[in-house]
Design a protein around this ligand. Structure first.
Ligand SMILES: Cc1cc2nc3c(=O)[nH]c(=O)nc-3n(C[C@H](O)[C@H](O)[C@H](O)COP(=O)(O)OP(=O)(O)OC[C@H]3O[C@@H](n4cnc5c(N)ncnc54)[C@H](O)[C@@H]3O)c2cc1C
Ligand code: FES
Ligand code: FES
Length: 1267
């Protein structure tokens, strides 16, 4: 067979054989075919934005199957004979949207839109697999699509509208149209799904085979026995273990029929090794009712939380076990489950051509698999008395590998263990499989509380978990093993006491739901109308163009940075000779090549901050710092070249990576210390009845925008056309001009929509823009510089971690009188991040009136990248600190924290920390209304009852509040509104950047309102430097409103110009009016500027107020938790578009819960390298981490006298409310400590409050176990 063919969106493609064997389907679709609707971000099968559907015949079923996959791990040459559908194929604006695209747009399931094509295609695959689906199936299907913007609720609602049992109003199930032509690449006839083609092609640098029999596969493996080979099935393991390198030959096993066999007898089930995990679940489910196989229901339940739907669709069970074989430390759930069941493997020895059966354990202890094929897995029936139970404890609800997984098979008769139990654990160490001593101990024991306690102690004692910065602590994993064993033993005791009844059970997550209530202002429509985003359709159809989607420009070069692999060192030399020898590599650029200045200014025109080197010229300050740039004809050549640059350091110093060490070494940037004194704190201490003191810690958060940083610089006849994904075009503009020593007008910058920012595209994009501009200038060729996720995480700044020591003085009634805070923040290697320390001071009071404050903010130096703003950078730490102080006061007074908070809440007439008297403060009203709608008093009683009845599960409700000062910072924003006279259509360009916050929609709404025209007549065009020069950063929540106001003013200018003509022709329709204006020589384009001014407050224009009530439940034995219900009441004035503002609220809340519960950055303490640099180790929330029951209410009838058009900004404020998830969990754990140890102590706040920290804060030991 000499070619590789597939159908893409119904069109046949002959795949060129000139690409490397490691080319993925995604690379082919995007780079060769030019279908850029399919996005790419992680290359790890971990984010889902690259989803497409594939249809092909499998030897397994002899029929065609359609399912969704992540194209970023799908090998290109595996697609021979496949039909592939991408987002472009299923619908478009011209052809008409597919119902899935329509609904995701209609339900506001898009914000930045970068995840949307993947979301749509995953649903498309599901509807193909299951035309009749339930809402639960839909919800289960979205474990692999990360969306950082929306908070998932609207996506789930949109998709559940297709469910047969859905209760989403006005929607219905659809019949999915089969778009595939299903033509056989061999015959051109309709494919019957009965054959898979044999393949043998020489591709670039390797041979690609698809054998169709086991014997053929065996022969190939023998022929290549001295070469580097890779048998491949789903190829998903490359998402985890990337450093495989190129092989001589690849053997695609999908065609080997023998690998799919399935047989079930009364005593065994034989599963072909090539059975995908999705099919394994289906097959085993069908047999779980049979005698001896009831344990399969537990296996299936567990398999459903292995990886994510799209991985399970394409990854095979044999592949999973082989990953465990090659990497013993890999916490394979499949291995744990099968080993506990006593499964056997069927192995094919390619040398002898013989098959043998061997226990699965041999895979780790005896077998040498290099020349062998795993052909089948044989599951035995288990005796009726075997109690089989498995566990998986993870940092988030889905799509996460286990901290610890376990499967326990215990033969029992009543309370007596009959024989030896099987206790299998994963995630402990490469060599730990069974807890053998505990197995021995439990053999033939009759369960009593004494036996349970001993077993608990023994398993903790015998396990020796490997310590690694990426793992949870060894102690937690030992404790977890003990907790899980206790759960299973407790589960055997059918007559256990009622209080421990729920102990053995996992947390149960029912179907989620949401309610939103809001007010619209019909007299101002289309302003203040709850309408969909203007670009929702274009995002849903995949037609939205982001910088990296821009077509390849002729002669274009790709760029990649070489990064420092140490954190503190002096550079001796950079040697690029090996890199330059690589085919395709064209240039090497370092600090020495810079024509202008080797700097980009942090803060651009907003803050006069010290400058940051583009390429390190001598000193390295953090691991990941860019040292130089390699240019090449392809991205892979550039990446490889960048790796081959040899860096010699003359001195390497140990890095400083923690605040504690920085403090100990006196590394504070003292010149920027911020001290705030309010009232008379020194005197106040003597007047208070009580004091509390403590320490609060918070870690860092990566922005996790789905579109990584990217710049494209294209030389033009008289300058450089620069395209950047930035929130701050002016800073990129400046950096680009400066690096080549040219005036600003040499650079023509355009910012199309960006795929999420959250503050992370404020300052760092200037690094890319300047480097790409330099490269384009020197090479005189267009240069594209797009960071892969790992580099993006290594290079870019994140949310600053902090440690705050506090002391608070308060009266018997709980009124807090004085607070002292010593706040130390890790701002990285330059002092520029101190603006975020100042920002924290700006928000220190948040929602609570405290008359006396002493606040010291220290900016600590470490060997990390300078921090960047992340959504509400000042408010997040301050909210956590002050909310936590209130909770501590409550604990000291033995009151529910809510009671203390409401005593201290700000209200009208209070002076804020700036001495400003609050007017129009709705906080009390917001709080009280929230209490009412959320039925807090009644639910507190229910929580108390639940806690009284349950020892090992605890619930709590936390109420949190937000007074978020809104500042219209910087000079302001401008907008130009142009009317085209011949048809009256309107185009607007303005200075803000659309990143999902609905800016374009609000701008258009404002102009439509003023001109009295339909929104359909208006388009908002990308921001351009030439028409919106000197634009400040799009951030701090205010730019949608500000740009809208600028556009409104411009529209008002136009309206005024048109007024005489309108008066003359009162009956003219809009188009006629525009024609007549033009005929009367009226300029139909106007620009205006919304100047930012403060009025009666020194810092803020007004406050946005909101409050949340969060109910969570914690599993005390594991530390896992779930958010049962969240109610939010928010005062957004007269919202300019309530559904957009609710979208911002949900997105912010979920980003916050990630920060407070899940997301954790980990470093190698020796090299300073960030280890959590991808989706495998860094976990933003997924769709099942969100509240199960989520109700959002916008406070009606509260126009904001100080806001634009009576509105309030809302992009950042709600994130502070999500402190409630941490605080509710903490409260629940305090209830547990009180019950278990009689201690009424306060658990210190340490974010992210991961399951590990939650679990460890209780301090469970065997003495408190009960039956
Ligand atoms: C995002 C993500 C999340 C994941 N989460 C989990 C998780 O929570 N729990 C868990 O257990 N796993 C998890 N995994 C691992 C996943 O289950 C495996 O990647 C997958 O099962 C491998 O199957 P594959 O078909 O893609 O194998 P491939 O990647 O194609 O192959 C994997 C290895 O097995 C070899 N191989 C494959 N089949 C055979 C065979 N029959 N005989 C000999 N060698 C063979 C290959 O040569 C290769 O070395 C996750 C993976 C990803 C990408
Ligand atoms: S890019 Fe493919 S899953 Fe992230
Ligand atoms: S809309 Fe989902 S990531 Fe932006």
């Amino acid at each position: 067979m000499a070619d590789v063919r597939c159908f893409i969106n119904g069109k046949e493609h002959i795949v060129p054989l000139t690409l490397p064997a490691t080319t993925t389907l995604n690379e082919y679709l995007r780079e060769t075919v030019g279908l850029k609707g399919t996005k790419v971000m992680c290359h790890e099968a971990g984010c889902g934005c690259c989803a497409v559907t594939v249809t092909h015949a499998t030897p397994e079923s002899d029929r065609l199957e359609t399912y969704s996959v992540q194209s970023c791990v799908t090998p290109l040459y595996a697609v021979d004979g496949w039909q592939i559908n991408t987002i472009e194929g299923i619908g478009s604006q011209k052809k008409g949207l597919h119902p899935i695209q329509e609904r995701v747009a209609k339900f506001n399931g898009t914000q930045c839109g970068y995840c949307t094509p993947g979301v749509v295609m995953n649903m498309y695959g599901l509807l193909h697999q299951k035309p009749k689906i339930t809402a639960q199936e839909v919800e289960d299907n979205f474990d692999g699509n990360i969306c950082r913007c929306t908070g998932y609720r609207p996506i789930l609602d949109a998709m559940k509208s297709f469910a047969n049992d859905g209760n989403i109003p006005g929607c219905e199930a659809i019949d999915i149209e089969d778009l595939n032509k299903n033509l056989c690449p061999k015959t051109g006839e309709t494919c019957q799904g009965k054959c898979t083609r044999r393949l043998d092609v020489q591709v670039n640098g390797a041979r690609w085979y698809r054998p169709v029999t086991l014997a053929e596969l065996g022969k190939l493996m023998t022929d290549y026995k001295d070469k580097k080979i890779r048998p491949v099935f789903g190829n998903t393991s490359t998402g985890i273990y990337k450093k495989g390198g190129l092989c001589d030959a690849y053997f695609d096993m999908r065609g080997v029929k023998e690998l799919y066999s399935f047989e079930a007898t009364s005593t065994t089930i034989r599963l072909g090794a090539a059975t995908t995990l999705t099919h394994v679940i289906e097959r085993l489910k069908a047999h779980q009712e049979k005698p001896g196989f009831s344990y399969l229901s537990e296996v299936c339940k567990h398999l459903k939380v292995v990886a994510n739907v799209m991985v399970r669709n394409t990854a095979c069970i044999g592949g999973n076990l082989m990953v465990k074989y090659w990497h013993h430390e890999f916490p394979s759930d499949v291995f744990t489950l099968l080993e506990c069941a006593g499964a056997n493997l069927e192995i094919y020895d390619t040398a002898s051509g013989q098959k043998s059966i061997t226990p699965i354990l041999d895979l780790l202890t005896k077998l040498k698999m290099g020349d062998k094929v795993l052909t089948a897995i044989i599951l035995p029936s288990l005796a009726d008395n075997v109690h089989y139970k498995s566990f998986k404890v993870t940092p988030r609800w889905q799509n996460a590998h286990a901290y610890v997984n376990a499967a326990f098979g215990i033969p029992v008769d009543g309370l007596t263990i009959k024989g030896r139990p099987s206790l299998v654990l994963g995630g402990i160490s490469a060599n730990t499989i069974h807890a053998t001593k505990t197995e021995d101990f439990l053999a033939n024991k009759t369960l009593s509380i004494g036996v349970i306690k001993e077993a608990f102690a023994l398993i903790r004692d015998e396990l020796k978990p490997t310590e690694s910065p990426l793992e949870t602590s060894a102690k937690y994993r030992k404790d977890l093993a003990g907790g899980l064993l206790y759960k299973v033993l407790l589960g055997l005791h059918k007559s256990r006491g009622s209080k421990v009844w729920s102990g053995p059970n996992d947390l149960h997550r029912p179907l989620s739901s949401g309610i939103q209530t809001f007010q619209e202002m019909s007299h101002e429509f289309p302003l203040k109308r709850a309408g969909p985003k203007m670009d929702a359709a274009v995002q849903a159809s995949g037609e939205a163009v982001y910088v990296n989607d821009m077509p390849k420009v002729q002669n274009e070069l790709y760029a990649a940075f070489t990064l420092a692999d140490v954190a503190s060192a002096t550079i001796e030399s950079l040697d690029a000779s090996e890199a330059l020898k690589l085919p395709g590599v064209t240039h090497f650029l370092s600090a020495k090549d810079i024509i202008g200045e080797n700097h980009y200014k942090f803060g651009g025109n907003l803050f006069d901050m010290p400058q940051h080197e583009v390429f390190a010229s001598k000193e390295v300050y953090y691991n990941g710092q860019p040292l130089c740039l390699i240019l090449a004809e392809t991205q892979s050549a550039a990446n490889e070249g960048a790796k081959r640059v040899k860096v010699t350091y003359s001195e390497i110093r140990p890095p400083v990576l923690t605040i504690e060490e920085s403090l100990a070494k006196d590394m504070e940037f003292k010149h920027v210390r911020k001290t705030v004194v309010v009232g008379e704190p020194d005197e106040a201490w003597s007047t208070v009845d009580h004091t509390v003191e403590g320490t609060i810690r918070m870690g860092s958060q990566y922005h996790f925008y789905m579109e990584t940083q990217v710049s494209l610089a294209v030389p033009s006849e008289d300058g450089i056309d620069l395209y950047s994904s930035t929130q701050y075009s002016d800073m990129c503009h400046h950096a680009a001009a400066q690096i080549i020593g040219k005036p600003f007008n040499y650079i023509n910058i355009t910012v199309p929509r960006i795929g999420g920012g959250f503050g992370g595209k404020s300052f760092d994009p200037a690094l890319l823009s300047s480097a790409a501009t330099l490269a384009a200038y020197i090479s005189d060729r267009p240069v594209r510089l797009n960071l892969d996720l790992n580099s993006n995480i290594r290079i870019c700044g994140k949310r600053p971690p902090f440690v705050a020591k506090y002391k608070a003085g308060f009266n018997n009634d709980g009124a807090v009188q004085v607070v002292d805070i010593d706040f130390a923040s890790d701002i990285g290697f330059t002092d520029q991040g101190h603006i975020l320390t100042i920002d924290a001071a700006t928000y220190m009071d948040m929602s609570y009136f405290v008359p006396n404050w002493h606040w010291v903010g220290r900016s600590m130096k470490t060997n990390k990248k300078s921090v960047q703003p992340v959504r509400a950078p000042g408010a997040v730490p301050s909210a956590l600190i002050i909310e936590s102080i209130m909770e501590h006061v409550a604990k000291a007074l033995d009151k529910h924290p809510m009671r203390i908070k409401e005593i201290n809440l700000y209200q009208n007439g209070h002076k804020d920390i700036y001495g400003h008297i609050l007017q129009n403060c709705t906080l009390k009203e917001v709080w009280q209304r929230l209490k009412d709608v959320a039925e807090i008093e009644g639910r507190l009683k229910q929580v108390d009852n639940f806690n009284r009845e349950n020892t090992w599960k605890k619930r709590a409700i936390s109420m949190t509040a937000c007074k978020h000062g809104i500042q219209f910072y910087g000079p302001g924003f401008g907008a130009t509104v142009s009317i085209f006279c011949r048809d009256g259509s309107v185009a607007i360009t303005q200075g803000g950047v659309e990143m999902g916050q609905g800016l374009y929609t609000k701008v258009a709404q404002g102009v439509a309102y003023v001109l009295g025209i339909s929104l359909d007549n208006i388009k908002v065009r990308p921001m351009q430097g030439i028409s919106s020069p000197n634009s400040s950063i799009t951030g701090a929540s205010v730019v949608s409103e500000s740009s809208m106001q600028a556009a409104i003013k411009a529209a008002e200018i136009l309206k005024e110009r048109m007024r005489p003509i309108r008066e003359k022709f009162p009956d003219a329709n809009w188009k006629e009016l525009c024609m007549k204006c033009d005929a009367n020589k009226i300029d139909l384009s106007a620009r205006s500027f919304n100047k930012h001014e403060l009025f009666d407050h020194p810092v803020f224009n007004y406050n946005t107020y909101a409050a949340a009530a969060t109910e969570t439940e914690v599993d005390i034995l594991t530390g896992e938790s779930q958010i049962r219900r969240v109610d939010i009441m928010a005062d957004y004035g007269e919202s300019l578009n309530p559904v957009i503002d609710i979208g911002q609220t949900e997105g912010a809340f979920v980003m916050g819960l990630g920060n407070f519960l899940i997301e954790d950055t980990k470093f190698d303490m020796e090299t300073g390298r960030i280890l959590s640099d991808g989706t495998w180790n860094y976990k933003p929330p997924t769709s099942k981490d969100i509240p199960i029951d989520w109700r959002i209410h916008l406070l009606p009838n509260t126009p904001n006298p100080s806001g634009i058009r009576s509105s309030k900004a809302c992009g950042e404020p709600p994130i502070s409310l999500s402190t409630g998830v941490l605080l509710a969990n903490k409260l629940a754990l305090e209830y547990a400590r009180q019950e278990l140890f009689g201690k009424k102590d306060f658990i210190p706040v340490d974010a992210p409050f991961t399951p590990e920290k939650a679990h460890q804060s209780v301090g469970i030991n065997e003495s408190i176990l009960m039956m």
